[in-house]
Design a protein around this ligand. Structure first.
Ligand SMILES: Nc1ncnc2c1ncn2[C@@H]1O[C@H](COP(=O)(O)OP(=O)(O)OP(=O)(O)O)[C@@H](O)[C@H]1O
Ligand SMILES: [Mg+2]
Length: 250
């Protein structure tokens, strides 16, 4: 097992208030690492640190190191990092343009793909990988805003795949979706881990137990425990974990 990401002594702050404390955690290549925990436990802050989205927030600061394939992410170019570490949010937000243009927008802007035929092939490939091709192949020119919520979320996944990342961060990707769309996104995440390394933050404990290989439990800015998912859900080491997964709080 190879570590794709290694987090050492990471602490994060907003206005000097610590919201994530001395985190040590690794993400194994091609795994789905689930991150669960009640509101305000620092899950989103953790994800936004991994691709330096929080660099834009002037109240935010941090200490510690995060290594991606051995390189400290705080030493590499942030744009380049975000290309390697893509992120998906709770609410799918397609651009107000066609399905095709949604997917080609970033790769074109970044100059990753330029020739029309390469763009077309790329669009088909990422739509297949996001389990959307059969549903949209006859209407690639139609507005993305007319798709269902579940389709929009898979389109947003296709957009992330189009920049060819190594790691994908999901922040509660199913919170606005119905059970059928949720099941599709969950199946998709399991397929995607063959090619990508995935960190899945979810408020839905059952979702973590269904799809993640290992699960980390965060509480009030601290990692309480991390273990193989089967083990964490069947015999957690810590009482706080047990209380949370059995629904006694949170
Ligand atoms: N931009 C910000 N400025 C100031 N404080 C923030 C900011 N973002 C988050 N916080 C605070 O940091 C703490 C951790 O928030 P975070 O969003 O990381 O938690 P979370 O585990 O993702 O919660 P949720 O389950 O509600 O999404 C909270 O106390 C929150 O109020
Ligand atoms: Mg959050």
């Amino acid at each position: 097992m190879v570590d794709k990401i290694k987090i050492e002594n990471l602490s994060c702050y907003y206005n000097k208030k610590c919201v994530l404390e001395s985190l040590n955690l690794n993400v194994v290549k091609n795994e789905i690492l689930g991150v669960i925990g009640p509101a305000n436990s620092g899950k989103t802050t953790f994800l936004r640190t991994l691709n330096r989205m929080n660099d834009f927030d002037i109240t935010y600061s941090r200490k510690g190191s995060v290594y991606l394939d051995g390189d400290n992410i705080f030493d590499i170019d942030a744009e380049n990092l975000r290309r390697r570490v893509g992120m998906l949010f709770a609410m799918p937000i397609p651009l107000p343009m066609s399905i095709y243009d949604n997917i080609t927008y970033a790769p074109k802007r970044l100059g990753l793909v330029t020739k029309k035929v390469d763009l077309e092939n790329m669009v088909e490939s990422v739509l297949r990988d996001s389990s959307l091709w059969d549903e949209v192949k006859d209407r690639l020119g139609a507005s993305a805003m007319k798709m269902s919520g579940g389709q929009q979320q898979r389109l947003c996944i296709a957009r992330v795949l189009a920049i060819n990342p190594e790691v994908i961060l999901f922040d509660e990707p199913c919170s606005g979706l119905d059970p059928i769309s949720t099941a599709k996104v969950e199946e998709l995440m399991v397929e995607l881990k063959e090619k990508y390394t995935i960190v899945l933050v979810t408020n839905n404990v059952k979702q973590a137990s269904r799809v993640s290989d290992r699960t980390a439990f965060f509480l009030m800015g601290k990692l309480i425990e991390v273990d193989k998912t089967d083990k964490l859900f069947v015999s957690p080491k810590e009482k706080e974990t047990e209380d949370y997964i059995t629904g006694r709080f949170g």
